[in-house]
Design a protein around this ligand. Structure first.
Ligand SMILES: Nc1nc2c(c(=O)[nH]1)N[C@H]1C(S)=C(S)[C@@H](COP(=O)(O)O)O[C@H]1N2
Ligand SMILES: [Mo]
Length: 263
């Protein structure tokens, strides 16, 4: 059996844990949450701070991190799937001038709607992560993504209390002949505020290629591939999903896929 640690050492350790918990609670930061989830004291501290920080409440839900990989694991080419070039004039025009006229809207149930250029998004604090993408069709691919945390945008826009989901509206039509088949996706606030949920503008050190969702695509690392909306141009906060398109919360969900595709 292991010898118990002297009392002063235990106390020092406990103080350190408490401090970490308080810092996390104050900042609403999730880094290292995996490590603290096993610690009752830290979890207690986090819980007591809920009333102070509403955003943190949601983080206590499904906050475990997806595995991150080393640069050596990055695939030479990130295999594209689904749309690889959105059809139509609108996207062609945006692409032609390097997305200078492109804007991301953040609206719906928010107090402060946002409209942001690519340059403005790039100037925001960013997160870089090397993760594995898992498609339901049975393939995986590892890539490095850089972008703004969705939580950062939602905090700027200030979600209204009724907001329960975040919808990603995309620029690509799935059926070229049918105007009403725009790709879209949605997540709940657990995934929206997850540390690794980002809107990425960079893949493997370069601007996101057209085939992978230029200029901006979602990374929802705890979910299967089809949740990772490409060509995102609008983020909408809603109370329920029933009014949007087929009502199931996403293009593939409207065709029968599961809305919750957690991995
Ligand atoms: N807008 C849009 N997003 C999309 C798709 C799509 O066709 N259009 N395909 C989805 C599927 S099924 C997968 S596996 C991934 C593929 O991303 P990739 O092309 O970067 O590999 O994007 C997802 N997001
Ligand atoms: Mo997929």
């Amino acid at each position: 059996m292991k010898k118990p640690k002297p009392f002063f050492e235990q106390r020092r350790e406990r103080r350190r844990v408490l401090r970490t918990g308080v810092a996390l609670a104050a900042g609403g930061v999730l880094a290292g949450c995996d490590a603290i989830s096993n610690n009752d004291t830290a979890v207690q501290v986090l819980k007591s701070a809920e009333s102070l920080n509403n955003g943190l409440h949601r983080l206590l839900g499904r906050r475990a991190m997806a595995q991150e990989f080393a640069p050596a694991d990055i695939a030479p080419r990130f295999r594209p799937n689904g749309t690889s070039m959105p059809p139509g004039e609108t996207y062609a025009a945006l692409l032609k001038n390097g997305f200078a006229d492109w804007r991301l809207k953040v609206d719906g149930l928010v107090a402060q709607p946002l409209e942001l250029s690519l340059a403005e998004l790039r100037a925001m604090p960013s997160r870089t992560q090397i993760t594995r993408h898992d498609c339901v069709e049975g393939w995986s691919c590892i890539g490095q993504w850089k972008g703004v945390r969705l939580s950062h945008l939602l905090n700027l826009a200030q979600l209204k209390p009724q907001a329960r989901f975040v919808v990603f509206h995309c620029l690509d039509r799935m059926d070229e002949a049918d105007e009403n088949t725009l790709y879209y996706e949605s997540v709940d606030l657990d995934d929206a505020f997850h540390e690794q949920t980002i809107l990425a503008w960079e893949l493997n050190g370069n601007p996101v290629p057209v085939e992978n969702g230029a200029p901006l695509r979602a990374r929802i690392e705890r979910q299967l591939g089809y949740k990772h909306a490409k060509y995102v141009h609008r983020v909408e906060a809603v109370a329920d999903l029933g009014e949007i398109a087929g009502g199931a919360g996403g293009y593939w969900e409207d065709q029968g896929y599961n809305w919750y595709a957690g991995i």
